[in-house]
Design a protein around this ligand. Structure first.
Ligand SMILES: Cc1cc2nc3c(=O)[nH]c(=O)nc-3n(C[C@H](O)[C@H](O)[C@H](O)COP(=O)(O)O)c2cc1C
Length: 198
Protein backbone atom coordinates (compact mmCIF):
# COMPACT_ATOMS: atom_id res chain seq x y z
CA UNK A 1 0.00 0.00 0.00
CA UNK A 2 1.25 3.47 -0.74
CA UNK A 3 -0.55 6.32 0.96
CA UNK A 4 -1.50 7.90 -2.35
CA UNK A 5 -3.74 4.88 -3.10
CA UNK A 6 -6.34 6.25 -0.73
CA UNK A 7 -5.28 9.86 -0.15
CA UNK A 8 -6.08 12.60 -2.60
CA UNK A 9 -5.12 16.27 -2.26
CA UNK A 10 -7.87 18.82 -2.98
CA UNK A 11 -5.29 21.44 -4.02
CA UNK A 12 -2.01 20.89 -5.85
CA UNK A 13 0.87 19.89 -3.53
CA UNK A 14 4.03 17.84 -3.74
CA UNK A 15 3.22 14.13 -3.35
CA UNK A 16 5.62 13.84 -0.41
CA UNK A 17 3.01 15.34 1.90
CA UNK A 18 0.48 12.60 1.34
CA UNK A 19 3.00 9.80 0.89
CA UNK A 20 4.22 10.23 4.49
CA UNK A 21 2.08 8.19 6.84
CA UNK A 22 2.46 6.35 10.13
CA UNK A 23 2.29 2.57 9.91
CA UNK A 24 2.70 0.16 12.82
CA UNK A 25 3.99 -2.81 10.81
CA UNK A 26 7.78 -2.61 10.76
CA UNK A 27 10.16 -5.20 9.32
CA UNK A 28 12.74 -5.56 12.10
CA UNK A 29 15.38 -4.19 9.75
CA UNK A 30 18.24 -2.26 11.31
CA UNK A 31 19.21 1.27 10.33
CA UNK A 32 22.75 2.57 10.07
CA UNK A 33 23.94 5.63 11.91
CA UNK A 34 24.65 7.52 8.67
CA UNK A 35 21.05 7.20 7.48
CA UNK A 36 19.73 8.28 10.84
CA UNK A 37 22.04 11.29 10.88
CA UNK A 38 20.63 12.39 7.53
CA UNK A 39 17.16 12.47 9.14
CA UNK A 40 18.49 14.60 12.00
CA UNK A 41 20.15 16.83 9.44
CA UNK A 42 16.72 17.61 8.01
CA UNK A 43 15.48 18.42 11.53
CA UNK A 44 18.48 20.68 12.00
CA UNK A 45 17.28 23.13 9.35
CA UNK A 46 13.84 23.67 10.84
CA UNK A 47 12.93 27.28 11.68
CA UNK A 48 12.58 28.35 15.32
CA UNK A 49 11.93 31.50 17.32
CA UNK A 50 15.15 33.55 17.54
CA UNK A 51 16.82 30.54 15.92
CA UNK A 52 17.02 28.95 19.39
CA UNK A 53 16.63 25.40 18.04
CA UNK A 54 15.06 24.02 21.21
CA UNK A 55 14.66 20.47 19.87
CA UNK A 56 16.64 17.55 21.27
CA UNK A 57 16.44 13.90 20.22
CA UNK A 58 17.64 10.91 22.20
CA UNK A 59 17.79 7.90 19.93
CA UNK A 60 18.55 4.22 20.09
CA UNK A 61 19.06 1.88 17.17
CA UNK A 62 17.72 -1.65 17.16
CA UNK A 63 20.42 -4.09 18.22
CA UNK A 64 22.04 -1.68 20.69
CA UNK A 65 21.72 -1.94 24.46
CA UNK A 66 19.81 1.36 24.70
CA UNK A 67 16.99 0.20 22.41
CA UNK A 68 15.17 -1.76 25.16
CA UNK A 69 15.64 1.18 27.54
CA UNK A 70 13.85 3.58 25.18
CA UNK A 71 11.25 0.94 24.31
CA UNK A 72 10.45 0.55 27.99
CA UNK A 73 9.46 4.24 28.25
CA UNK A 74 6.58 3.68 25.80
CA UNK A 75 3.05 2.76 26.83
CA UNK A 76 2.35 -0.96 26.48
CA UNK A 77 0.03 -0.34 23.54
CA UNK A 78 2.86 1.30 21.63
CA UNK A 79 5.50 -1.23 22.70
CA UNK A 80 3.46 -3.97 21.04
CA UNK A 81 4.38 -2.73 17.57
CA UNK A 82 7.22 -0.25 18.14
CA UNK A 83 9.44 -3.14 19.30
CA UNK A 84 9.94 -3.97 15.60
CA UNK A 85 11.20 -0.49 14.70
CA UNK A 86 14.75 0.10 13.44
CA UNK A 87 15.19 3.07 15.76
CA UNK A 88 13.33 4.82 18.54
CA UNK A 89 13.59 8.52 19.28
CA UNK A 90 12.49 10.49 22.27
CA UNK A 91 11.71 14.05 21.24
CA UNK A 92 12.56 16.63 23.88
CA UNK A 93 12.35 20.41 23.85
CA UNK A 94 14.04 23.09 25.92
CA UNK A 95 11.27 24.89 27.76
CA UNK A 96 13.25 27.70 29.43
CA UNK A 97 16.18 29.91 28.49
CA UNK A 98 18.42 32.04 30.67
CA UNK A 99 17.60 35.76 30.40
CA UNK A 100 20.34 38.42 30.73
CA UNK A 101 19.58 38.83 34.44
CA UNK A 102 20.10 35.10 34.89
CA UNK A 103 16.41 34.31 35.40
CA UNK A 104 14.98 31.38 33.48
CA UNK A 105 12.33 32.51 31.00
CA UNK A 106 9.69 30.26 29.55
CA UNK A 107 10.28 29.69 25.82
CA UNK A 108 6.76 30.21 24.48
CA UNK A 109 7.40 28.46 21.15
CA UNK A 110 9.46 25.47 22.32
CA UNK A 111 6.84 22.91 21.32
CA UNK A 112 5.97 24.71 18.08
CA UNK A 113 9.65 24.80 17.03
CA UNK A 114 10.27 21.19 18.04
CA UNK A 115 7.18 20.13 16.10
CA UNK A 116 8.70 21.71 12.99
CA UNK A 117 11.94 19.78 13.57
CA UNK A 118 10.31 16.40 14.06
CA UNK A 119 8.15 16.88 10.98
CA UNK A 120 11.20 17.78 8.89
CA UNK A 121 12.79 14.54 10.11
CA UNK A 122 9.63 12.60 9.27
CA UNK A 123 9.51 13.98 5.73
CA UNK A 124 13.20 13.29 5.10
CA UNK A 125 12.79 9.72 6.36
CA UNK A 126 9.77 9.26 4.11
CA UNK A 127 11.64 10.63 1.10
CA UNK A 128 14.40 8.10 1.83
CA UNK A 129 11.96 5.16 1.88
CA UNK A 130 11.55 4.86 5.65
CA UNK A 131 8.49 5.38 7.83
CA UNK A 132 8.10 7.24 11.09
CA UNK A 133 5.36 6.99 13.68
CA UNK A 134 4.96 9.61 16.40
CA UNK A 135 3.80 8.53 19.86
CA UNK A 136 2.36 10.58 22.69
CA UNK A 137 1.76 7.32 24.55
CA UNK A 138 4.91 7.44 26.63
CA UNK A 139 5.73 7.59 30.33
CA UNK A 140 7.32 11.05 30.43
CA UNK A 141 8.66 10.79 33.97
CA UNK A 142 10.23 7.44 33.21
CA UNK A 143 11.83 8.88 30.05
CA UNK A 144 13.15 11.96 31.90
CA UNK A 145 14.78 9.66 34.44
CA UNK A 146 16.01 6.90 32.11
CA UNK A 147 17.56 9.36 29.66
CA UNK A 148 18.94 11.74 32.24
CA UNK A 149 17.00 14.73 30.88
CA UNK A 150 17.79 17.87 32.89
CA UNK A 151 15.37 20.47 34.26
CA UNK A 152 14.13 23.04 31.74
CA UNK A 153 13.45 20.35 29.18
CA UNK A 154 10.18 18.59 28.38
CA UNK A 155 9.73 15.14 26.90
CA UNK A 156 7.30 15.84 24.06
CA UNK A 157 6.80 12.49 22.34
CA UNK A 158 8.50 9.42 20.94
CA UNK A 159 9.00 8.37 17.34
CA UNK A 160 9.48 4.92 15.85
CA UNK A 161 11.40 4.68 12.57
CA UNK A 162 11.42 1.60 10.41
CA UNK A 163 10.84 -0.09 7.09
CA UNK A 164 7.27 -0.92 6.24
CA UNK A 165 6.27 -4.57 6.73
CA UNK A 166 3.18 -6.31 5.45
CA UNK A 167 0.16 -5.58 7.62
CA UNK A 168 -0.34 -9.35 8.07
CA UNK A 169 2.54 -9.23 10.56
CA UNK A 170 0.36 -7.23 12.99
CA UNK A 171 -2.10 -8.52 15.58
CA UNK A 172 -5.72 -8.42 14.28
CA UNK A 173 -6.78 -5.21 16.04
CA UNK A 174 -3.78 -3.26 14.76
CA UNK A 175 -4.05 -4.71 11.26
CA UNK A 176 -7.56 -3.30 10.95
CA UNK A 177 -6.18 0.21 11.60
CA UNK A 178 -3.20 -0.10 9.25
CA UNK A 179 -4.43 2.25 6.55
CA UNK A 180 -3.34 5.81 5.73
CA UNK A 181 -5.79 8.18 7.38
CA UNK A 182 -7.81 11.01 5.85
CA UNK A 183 -7.92 14.71 6.74
CA UNK A 184 -10.43 17.50 7.31
CA UNK A 185 -10.83 19.78 4.29
CA UNK A 186 -8.79 23.02 4.23
CA UNK A 187 -11.95 25.09 4.68
CA UNK A 188 -12.39 23.63 8.17
CA UNK A 189 -9.09 25.01 9.50
CA UNK A 190 -7.96 27.92 7.30
CA UNK A 191 -10.11 31.05 7.58
CA UNK A 192 -9.79 34.27 5.65
CA UNK A 193 -9.79 37.33 7.90
CA UNK A 194 -11.27 35.96 11.11
CA UNK A 195 -11.70 32.79 13.12
CA UNK A 196 -14.68 30.60 12.35
CA UNK A 197 -16.09 27.89 14.56
CA UNK A 198 -16.34 27.28 18.29
C1 LIG B 1 2.41 13.85 18.64
C2 LIG B 1 1.83 12.56 18.11
C3 LIG B 1 1.47 11.58 19.00
C4 LIG B 1 0.96 10.35 18.55
N1 LIG B 1 0.74 9.34 19.46
C5 LIG B 1 0.49 8.09 19.01
C6 LIG B 1 0.52 6.99 19.91
O1 LIG B 1 0.80 7.12 21.10
N2 LIG B 1 0.25 5.76 19.39
C7 LIG B 1 -0.03 5.56 18.06
O2 LIG B 1 -0.23 4.41 17.68
N3 LIG B 1 -0.04 6.59 17.19
C8 LIG B 1 0.24 7.86 17.61
N4 LIG B 1 0.32 8.91 16.73
C9 LIG B 1 0.04 8.70 15.30
C10 LIG B 1 -1.19 9.49 14.85
O3 LIG B 1 -2.34 8.82 15.27
C11 LIG B 1 -1.13 9.70 13.32
O4 LIG B 1 -0.02 10.50 13.01
C12 LIG B 1 -2.40 10.36 12.81
O5 LIG B 1 -3.50 9.48 12.94
C13 LIG B 1 -2.27 10.76 11.35
O6 LIG B 1 -1.95 9.66 10.56
P1 LIG B 1 -0.66 9.63 9.63
O7 LIG B 1 0.54 10.03 10.45
O8 LIG B 1 -0.57 8.22 9.14
O9 LIG B 1 -0.87 10.62 8.51
C14 LIG B 1 0.78 10.13 17.16
C15 LIG B 1 1.14 11.15 16.27
C16 LIG B 1 1.66 12.34 16.73
C17 LIG B 1 2.09 13.40 15.73
Amino acid sequence: MTATDNRKADHPIDAMFIERWSPRAFTNEEIDEKTLLSFFEAARWAPSASNRQPWRFVYARRGTDRFPVLLDTLDEGNQRWAKNAAALLIVISRTHNAAQNGEMRHAYTHAFDTGAAWYSLALQASLAGWHTHGMAGIDRDKAMHALNVPEHYRVEAAVAIGRLADSSTLPDDLRAREIPSQRNPVGEFAFEGQFKGE
